[in-house]
Structures are given as C-alpha cells and as structure tokens.
Design a protein around this ligand. Structure first.
Ligand SMILES: [Zn+2]
Length: 59
C-alpha cells in the first residue's frame, strides 16, 4: 500500500517549533527599585529580596 512519506512537511514542523521559545522568563517588577526582575530571585539592580537586602551591590 502506498503511504505518505511524512505526516507534516518540514516547513509545517518548523513553523510550529518556531513558536516554542517565544515566551521570555516570567518577570515581575522589584517593589524596592521598580526594575524588572525574575520572580523568586534576588533583584539584580538593588540586591533586595522579599523586602530585605539580600546581597550587597557596590556601585
Ligand atoms: Zn530592585
């Protein structure tokens, strides 16, 4: 019996996969300095986490 060689074309597969990593890392704004930061992480700008100074930032 004749069978189709593939279910989806390469183009169709690649178009679908092109959507896979479009979302960026979930971020929130720091309540201390207002800069974007990663949720459940120490703020990269001011070093605060959950309202406390977690790491010292010497600028
Ligand atoms: Zn901050």
């Amino acid at each position: 019996m004749a069978n189709p060689k593939r279910k989806f074309s390469k183009s169709r597969t690649r178009k679908r996969r092109s959507q896979y990593k479009i979302k960026t890392v979930k971020g929130v704004t720091c309540p201390n300095c207002g800069s974007p930061m990663i949720y459940h992480h120490v703020c990269p700008e001011c070093g605060y986490y959950r309202g406390k100074l977690a790491i010292e930032r010497n600028e």
